[in-house]
Structure formats: C-alpha cells, structure tokens
Write a protein that binds this ligand. Structure first.
Ligand code: NAD
Length: 240
C-alpha cells in the first residue's frame, strides 16, 4: 500500500516469521532492504529469494545481543544504501514456561539480552543515524505480553514490558527531531516460534502478514502523527 522507493528499511529477525513478512512487505513497496538475522543459513536463503524476485537486498549476519555486531550492521546499511529510514526491531526468542522461582538468572539474562538489550542496541545505533538525517521511523516488536501477564514467562514478560518503556521514551525524545518510534504488540501469530507450543485460546491465530501491515503503516508517512504508541495486532486479545 505504501511507496518506500529510495528508502532503506532495516529488519531484524528477518529470516523468519514476522520479520520475514515485514521484510517482504518493505521490498515489495520498493525499499532498499537490510535483512538482519543470526541464522546465517535461513538468512542467506530468504535474502536470495527476495533478490531473485528483483529486490535490492543486503543480508547481514548479526546477533542483536552483541553491540559491536549491531553497530556494524547499521554502518553497513548506511554504507550500502546511503540512509536508514525505517527499522523493525523484531528479533526475539521464546523459552519454555517455568515458574519464576524455578527460573535461573542465567536464563533470565539470555532472554533479556536478546529481547530487550538487543532492541535497545538497535535503537541506539539507528537513532544516531536518523538524528544525523533528521528523519526516520522505528517500530519495535513487543507482544500481548507487553500489556498483560502470562504465567510461566516472567523473563519474556519483563523484556516485552521493557520495550513499551523504551518505545514511549524514545518516541518523546526524538519526535521533535523528525523521528518517530512506535511498537506493535502481536497476539498469538502463526510462526515457527509458536509452532507446537501454544494454542489460540479463543479465535484464530494471526498471520505474520497481518503484523507486517501494521509495521509498514507505522513506518510510513501516513502515520506521521503517531508517536510512542504500541498497537495491538491480536484479534482483540488485550481488549478483553
Ligand atoms: P521466529 O522464531 O519465526 O523468528 C525470529 C527470528 O529472529 C529468527 O529468524 C531468529 O533467527 C532471529 N533471531 C533470534 N535471536 C536473534 C538474535 N539474537 N539476533 C538476530 N536474530 C535473532 O519468531 P516470530 O514469531 O516471527 O517472532 C518475532 C518477534 O515477535 C519476537 O520478538 C517475538 O517475541 C515476537 N512475538 C511473537 C509472537 C508469536 O506468537 N509468534 C507473539 C508476540 C510477539
């Protein structure tokens, strides 16, 4: 629905699920696409597919929990395409459900390092570039777990609630400088992450494309007055 030609879109976790759907959406809307993922094999395969379809794609193998790798990924994006206009900070992991008292601090650290620290690192280097340009739009991927509690998933919930704080604060910090920061909060979406793990309690699962549609809108000029906001894309889950 949108024209991203001449703009550069940077998507983390781009080799699967919602990241791949958003990457595909950006590419089809004409963007220069930077696909970031730590899974080299899947990244190479998916980037090749989009390249074969005629899109301009830069795949970057990067673990978002490693600051240097994130800094280099942003540098490579700007070197290749000249700007950074849209970003979807989506890379994330899930863990087996455990009571908080049975959750190790090591498992907590692993979860937070990817799902919150990784988002912070991406925002830090993306915002530094966008501040130079005086323009840009960032969307973080939260979860319904950023709004409500989910028993057994305290580290994941801590990370996703944290994303809401980062999104609102950075939204306020940068709005006057022509940069918007928002988030999406998907419900249960049919991706490899949830395969065989969760069942939709009520209603159907969402599709990655339904989340990608919200991301493409939020990153576009059509959402020019939307700042520091988290949009639930969950079939009504948190509205109950
Ligand atoms: P997915 O497992 O299909 O894809 C995640 C991608 O992120 C994979 O390609 C993986 O290699 C990559 N990744 C993981 N850790 C990384 C790291 N440290 N550095 C770089 N890349 C990394 O998952 P998905 O379901 O599409 O989830 C994407 C995001 O959506 C996650 O943040 C997740 O928490 C969130 N989310 C998922 C659901 C759901 O129901 N699937 C619901 C709400 C929120």
């Amino acid at each position: 629905y949108y024209d991203y030609s001449g703009r550069t879109a940077f998507v983390t976790g781009a080799a699967s699920g919602m990241g791949l759907a958003a990457a595909t959406g950006f590419a089809q809307a004409g963007a220069n696409l930077v696909m970031v993922d730590r899974n080299e094999e899947a990244l190479t395969r998916e980037a090749q597919q989009l390249t074969n379809a005629g899109h301009r794609v830069l795949p970057v193998v990067c673990d978002v929990s490693k600051e240097v790798e994130v800094e280099q990924a942003v540098q490579r994006a700007v070197l290749e395409f000249g700007s950074l206009d849209a970003a979807f900070n989506n890379a994330g992991i899930q863990a087996n459900a455990t009571d908080l008292a049975d959750t190790s601090l090591e498992d907590y650290d692993v979860m937070l390092s990817v799902n919150l620290r990784g988002v912070f690192a991406c925002m830090k280097y993306q915002l530094a570039q966008m501040r130079k340009q005086g323009s840009g739009s960032i969307v973080n991927n939260s979860s319904l777990g950023g709004f409500v509690g989910v028993p057994g998933r305290s580290p994941y919930l801590a990370a996703k609630h944290g994303i809401h704080g980062l999104t609102k604060t950075a939204g306020l910090e940068y709005a006057a400088r022509g940069i918007r920061v928002n988030a999406v909060a998907p419900g249960i979406i049919d991706t490899p992450m949830v395969a065989g793990m969760m069942q939709a309690e009520k209603g159907r699962l969402g599709t990655p494309e339904e989340v990608a549609a919200a991301v493409l809108w939020l990153c576009s000029d059509a959402a020019s007055f939307v700042v520091g906001h988290v949009i639930a894309v969950d079939g009504g889950y948190v509205a109950r």
